[in-house]
Write a protein that binds this ligand. Structure first.
Ligand code: UDP
Length: 354
C-alpha cells in the first residue's frame, strides 16, 4: 500500500526498501521525500522546521530531550523520540533508516555561554560530534545545521556576507563555528553533505498560527517585548541608547521563523540534488532598531509596553545586517514574512492566545 505522505504517483516513482518507501523524482535520482530526524524539533525554531518539512511531504521524526522543547509543539503526523543526543546509542538508534537530520538542539543564550562554557561545550559541541559519528555509523547522508551570525563577531563591514572574517566574540558563537568545521571535515572524510545556515535574529511565529508553545525564559528582544505586553514582565530594558545609529539603539536583522523554516527545506533539496555542502546566511537584509521594534509592538498590540534605557550589554555591536545574496542564488530563497509588522503580529497572535 502506498503511504499517504510522499507518493504522488503521477509524478514520482516509489521504490520500497526494507519496508520503507524511498521516493525519487521521475526524471532523476534525487530523493524528493526523505526520512528526516529533527533534533530539537520540539523547540521554537525546530517546531517550525518540522512543520515545514511535513508540509512538503517529508517523513519527520522529532528527537528532543524536552529540556526547553515543549510537547505541545509536536505534530500528530511526526513520530517523536524523547531522547538526548548526549546519549550516543540513543541517537544511533533513532538515526537508523534516516536520510537526513536537522540539528537544532543547542543552547543559545549568548550571555550564559560566557559564564557557563562547560554547559555549551557538552550540549553543543559533544552533541554535534555524537551526531556526526552516528551519521557515519548509520550512513546518514545529509545534515542541516542551525548555525548563527554570532560566528562573525564584531562586523568589519556591512552587510555581512559569508566571506566576512569569522571571529566570534562569545562562547556560543565559538561553538557554532567549531561545529561548522567538524561538519566540513566529515564532508571531506565521510561524504556527509551539510548545510550550515547562519541565522541572523530569528523572530515571529508560524504565519498560519499552528505553533502554540511559547519559549520559556526567553532572552531575546521580541519575546521579552511580548511578555511585557502580556503583563508577565514589568518592563523592557533597552540595552544602550547612545549607539552610533539614528535613534541611538542597536540595529539588528530580524528574520521570520517561517522564512527560516522554508530555507531548511530548500537547503535539504540543494545539498541532496547537488551533492555538495554549503554555508549560507539567512537574514532579511533589513535593519531595525530596538526602538523601531518597540514602537511597532506598541502599535500592533495596543499595549503601552513600558521601557527604559539601561546600560549597554557587553559585546553588542551597534549594527548587524545580513547579505542573503548567496541563499537567494543557491536556494532560490527569499524572506517573505520578515517585515517588522508581520514579525510582531505573528508573535502577538501566539502570546495573546496563550
Ligand atoms: N535587547 C534589549 N533588551 C533586551 C533584549 C535585547 O535592548 O531585553 C537588544 C539587544 O541589545 C540587541 C537587540 O535587542 O541590540 C537584539 O537582541 P537579542 O538578544 O534578541 O539578539 P542578539 O542580537 O543578541 O542575537
Amino acid at each position: 500500500m502506498l503511504p499517504s505522505l510522499g507518493c504522488h504517483a503521477h509524478r514520482f516513482a516509489c521504490v520500497y526498501r526494507a519496508g520503507k518507501s524511498v521516493t525519487f523524482d521521475a526524471d532523476s535520482t534525487i530523493l524528493k521525500y526523505m526520512n528526516i530526524l529533527v533534533i530539537g524539533g520540539a523547540g521554537y525554531i525546530g517546531s517550525h522546521v518540522a512543520r515545514e518539512l511535513l508540509d512538503r511531504g517529508h517523513r519527520v521524526t522529532v528527537f528532543d530531550n524536552l529540556s526547553s522543547g515543549l510537547r505541545e509543539n509536536l505534530f500528530q503526523e511526526a513520530a517523536f523520540v524523547h531522547g538526548d543526543m548526549i546519549r550516543y546509542e540513543q541517537l544511533v538508534q533513532s538515526m537508523n533508516g534516516m536520510d537526513g537530520a536537522v540539528y537544532l538542539a543547542a543552547f543559545k543564550a549568548v550571555g550564559e555561554s560566557m559564564v557557563k562554557p562547560e554547559k555549551y561545550s557538552v550540549n553543543n559541541i559533544v552533541g554535534a560530534v555524537n551526531l556526526l559519528n552516528a551519521a557515519s555509523e548509520t550512513g546518514l547522508k545529509y545534515i542541516i545545521f542551525s548555525s548563527s551570525a554570532a560566528v562573525y563577531g564584531e562586523p568589519a563591514y556591512l552587510p555581512i556576507d559569508e566571506k566576512h572574517p569569522t571571529n566570534p566574540e562569545n562562547y556560543y558563537g565559538f561553538t557554532k563555528l567549531e561545529i561548522e568545521k567538524f561538519l566540513s571535515w566529515y564532508d571531506r572524510l565521510r561524504g556527509i553533505r551539510c548545510a550550515s545556515l547562519r541565522y541572523f535574529n530569528a523572530a515571529g511565529y508560524d504565519v498560519k498560527g499552528r505553533i502554540k508553545g511559547l519559549e520559556q525564559n526567553p532572552a531575546n528582544l521580541i519575546p521579552i517585548i511580548m511578555e511585557t505586553a502580556c503583563g508577565t514582565r514589568g518592563g523592557l530594558q533597552i540595552f544602550g541608547g547612545d549607539y552610533d545609529t539614528p535613534d541611538g539603539t542597536c540595529i539588528r536583522d530580524y528574520i521570520h521563523v517561517s522564512d527560516l523554516a522554508a530555507a531548511h527545506a530548500l537547503a535539504l533539496d540543494y545539498i541532496s540534488a547537488n551533492g555538495k555542502s554549503i554555508t549560507v546566511n539567512l537574514g532579511s537584509e533589513k535593519g531595525s532598531s530596538v526602538r523601531e521594534v518597540l514602537e511597532t509592538a506598541r502599535r500592533v498590540t495596543g499595549k503601552p509596553i513600558p521601557a527604559a534605557v539601561s546600560d549597554r550589554r557587553p559585546g553588542d555591536p551597534a549594527k548587524l545586517t545580513a547579505s542573503a545574496a548567496l541563499a537567494r542564488e543557491l536556494l532560490g530563497w527569499e524572506a517573505k514574512h520578515s517585515g517588522l509588522e508581520t514579525l510582531i503580529k505573528t508573535s502577538w497572535d501566539a502570546y495573546n492566545q496563550a
